[in-house]
Ligand binder design. Structure first.
Ligand code: DGJ
Length: 742
């Protein structure tokens, strides 16, 4: 709900309030953001941070102490500005409030917009140059406890207006020993959680490589030092944006925090001519009083309800097989048929053919761009494979890397001017490829036509969209300074077209693993490949970190070989499954090389996942504990009546602590039965039935699970004697299934 007061606006969601005070000097001030406050306030000023008052007219540097919702330089506010503008003859701008309007939400023209908001608040500000206008837009998602914010700048003057910085949101509040919680990383080591106490300084991070990038996810949170997993104040921030971005948090000498996020400003300069306007991507803001788990639940619901395409909300994604880890680029039709036969027998629902299916693609350095089926390897083409797959009861999926082109392609030979380059230099190749300049309409149209052709030839119902290099050599000049922004707008146009034309197409985003995982991507794709690293331990950390800001139903998780090509750490198939279960399950290993026992293990895994996967789609995920620093990690997904719990251990210990199931989201008074999945701690390449794990089962009340926990079979050590111990090994775990008794 949005209410108008004499001195501002109050945005209310189910459990939170966001108040904007309009100060005497015409500035919009972040008056309050936190637990819901009554709507009968006499004045919003009462809820302003203590050191933010109305500013005495004429006082020097007046804006310095205001917790402004946007800020510009050169008028006495010495914090980092959120907006920087320039015309030929001025860079000093002073915007003042003109009007506020509550309206039915409008979608942004070229950018993704979260769907389903009931109301929008538009605050309009005018500056000394009549005709240059700034609007702050707010969307309220009542049930999800989320506020979306963006900025629109319009130029109605004769002057050319340069936007050098335009952050989507700026929020200010008093610091209470606050901590920044963010995820940094690199290839195969994405989303490493880091917490830093905010110093009296500016802390900033972001990306300038064209993607949101794996260096830092654009989702982050700010929480108080005393905030725990389940209690205390925490604010979460997202951007609906998939390119260069910038986050800055400034703690000033008066202990105020100014938090801002938006597109990167270091490589940005957007020129607006008369009649033109510019929209920033949406920033997403959320507050929870229930600590990290509260924030995680809130974002799970919000992303599922308001970001993901309807297909992901309405239907269950099939279990996929992807051949890349099994075959790399070396496969032919017979090999794929053989994998298809086994995939179908094992219960796989969609067979996804990865890289290497088109002419000239002998490795990942060649032939991107033409997308012509390689009839030498695949004499019956993609259609033949899709038919074979269908005859085995599976649908068919296809890999593409539509944004890239290699030198040895017809596409490049015919259109050398279509690649991203500065005319003065030979552009860098990365992975043997260049990036197509998606700013150009003819390039977008060609990419759309190519994807349409491949989808039609292959009858594919699943598209894996890869993107294996960062951008370089962008032709940036002051006249043409919005390259990175325009590239992503072009990408969104292509994605929007494919999404609209194929509402039932499952689309998996991939960028050398998790290099482009953000809410912009999830506005079009139904899932995202988080990392090329599928090691039990590493992957569980990645999933843990990202679960704070994203629903697990968007995670594409594959069970791979005992030793993955990245870590070479040994892991049983079941331990890999215990982690991969918490997302969209897939397989990526050579089914032709399995022992009978491994084959059986996978069959049972798929059978069990099918029985429980409604929880992945519709249930609530709880990160009960995570590795690092803990030696244990516990994932739970539940709808209150059923639950699946994964209890993982890093290193076993000669004096093991008692193992207990302490859970969330269950009914206190209800009785639940529980039982673990009997695991086969498969030895690599060997058969050993004797290794079948314990069965641990029983009944307990929700109250016990929710409080002190329910004791589990002890971890085996030299002292054990009951014969019911759990033979756990390093990097292993157990899955438990719970069901409420009627
Ligand atoms: C990188 C991806 O992350 C892999 O899964 C695979 O699709 C390769 N690209 C193919 O080149």
């Amino acid at each position: 709900m949005i209410q108008t007061f004499s001195d501002g606006y109050l945005l209310s969601t189910k459990s939170t309030s966001y108040a904007i005070f309009i100060a005497e000097n015409g500035k919009a001030v972040s008056a309050y953001y936190g637990p819901k406050i009554p709507a009968q306030l006499p004045s919003l000023l009462a809820s302003c941070p203590s050191n933010v008052g109305p500013v005495a007219p004429g006082s020097f540097c007046s804006e310095e102490r205001q917790a402004c919702e946007f800020s510009l330089p050169l008028r006495g506010d010495y914090h980092i500005p959120s907006i920087i503008l320039e015309t030929e003859d001025s860079s000093v701008f002073d915007f003042r409030f003109q009007k506020g309007e509550i309206r039915v939400p409008n979608a942004l023209c070229d950018l993704p917009t979260p769907h389903g908001a009931s109301e929008e608040l538009v605050l309009t500000f005018v500056c000394q140059f009549l005709g240059i206008v700034m609007e702050l837009h707010y969307l309220v998602f009542e049930e999800s406890d989320v506020i979306a914010r963006n900025v629109v700048i319009r130029n109605h003057t004769e002057k050319e207006l340069h936007i050098q910085k335009a952050m989507s949101y700026q929020l200010a509040f008093a610091n209470h020993d606050d901590i920044l919680l963010s995820n940094y990383g690199s290839w195969a080591h994405e989303a490493i959680r880091e917490e830093i106490p905010l110093p009296h300084a500016r802390v900033s991070f972001g990306s300038i490589n064209g993607w949101t990038s794996n260096r830092h996810n654009s989702f982050f949170a700010v929480k108080e030092k005393s905030t725990s997993k389940t209690d205390g104040n925490i604010y979460g921030f997202h951007l609906l944006w998939s390119g260069n971005y910038e986050i800055s948090i400034e703690r000033d000498s008066f202990d105020m925090l100014r938090i801002q996020g938006g597109i990167d400003s270091t490589l940005f300069d957007k020129a607006l001519k008369k009649g033109e306007s510019f929209e920033t991507p949406w920033g997403i803001l959320a507050y929870s009083a229930k600590g990290e788990q509260g924030l995680s639940l809130l974002f799970q619901h919000f992303v599922k309800e308001h970001i993901l395409p309807p297909l992901a909300r309405e239907k269950t994604q099939p279990i996929v097989y992807n051949n890349f880890d099994a075959t790399g680029f070396t496969f032919d039709e017979n090999k794929i048929h053989s994998l298809m036969d086994k995939a179908s027998d094992l219960g796989i629902e969609t067979f996804v053919l990865d890289d290497g299916w088109f002419e000239g693609r002998k490795d990942d350095r060649h032939a991107l761009g033409d997308w012509i089926e390689d009839k030498k390897r695949l004499p019956h083409g993609l259609k033949g494979l899709a038919d074979y797959s269908a005859s085995r009861g599976m649908s068919f999926g296809i890999w593409m890397e539509p944004e890239m082109v290699c030198e040895d392609s017809h596409l490049y030979q015919e259109h050398p001017d279509w690649i991203v380059r500065d005319p003065s230099l030979t552009p860098y190749q990365a992975h043997g490829e260049w990036t197509l300049d998606l700013r150009k309409k003819e390039v977008q149209d060609d990419v759309i036509a190519t994807i349409e052709r491949v989808l039609s030839v292959s009858n594919a119902t699943f598209l894996k969209w890869d993107c294996n290099r960062a951008l370089s050599d962008a032709p940036l000049t002051t006249k043409n300074g919005s390259f990175y922004y325009d590239y992503i707008v072009g990408l969104y146009r292509v994605l929007g077209h494919i999404r609209k034309n194929h509402p039932n197409l499952w689309m998996e985003a991939c960028a050398s693993g998790g290099n482009r995982f953000d809410l912009g991507v999830l506005s079009y794709f139904t899932s995202c490949w988080l990392s090329d690293d599928t090691d039990f331990y590493e992957r569980s950390l990645i999933q843990s970190s990202l679960s704070l800001g994203y629903p697990i139903s968007a995670f594409s998780n594959h069970v791979t070989l005992h030793r993955s090509n990245i870590m070479h750490r040994y892991g049983t198939l079941d331990s890999r499954y215990d982690v991969a279960f918490f997302g969209l399950l897939g397989y990526e290993l050579d089914f032709d090389k399995l022992t009978t026992q491994e084959y059986q293990t996978i069959k049972e895994q798929i059978r069990d996942y099918k029985q429980q996967r409604h929880l992945i789609k519709d249930g609530d995920f709880y990160l009960i504990e995570a590795f690092d620093p803990s030696n244990d990690s516990t994932f739970e997904v539940t709808n209150g009546k059923e639950a699946v719990v994964s209890k993982l251990i890093r290193l076993i210990n000669p004096t093991p602590a008692e193992r207990r199931l302490r859970l969330k989201g269950l009914e206190e008074g209800a009785l639940y039965s529980y039982r673990n999945r009997q695991e086969r701690p498969t030895e690599e390449g060997k058969e050993n039935e004797a290794l079948l794990s314990e069965i641990d089962e029983g009944e307990a009340y929700g109250a016990s699970f929710l409080s002190i926990g329910v004791p589990l079979a002890k971890q085996w050590n030299a002292d054990s004697a009951t014969g019911k111990e759990a033979y756990l090994s390093d990097f292993s775990g157990r899955l438990y299934f719970l069901k409420k008794k009627e």
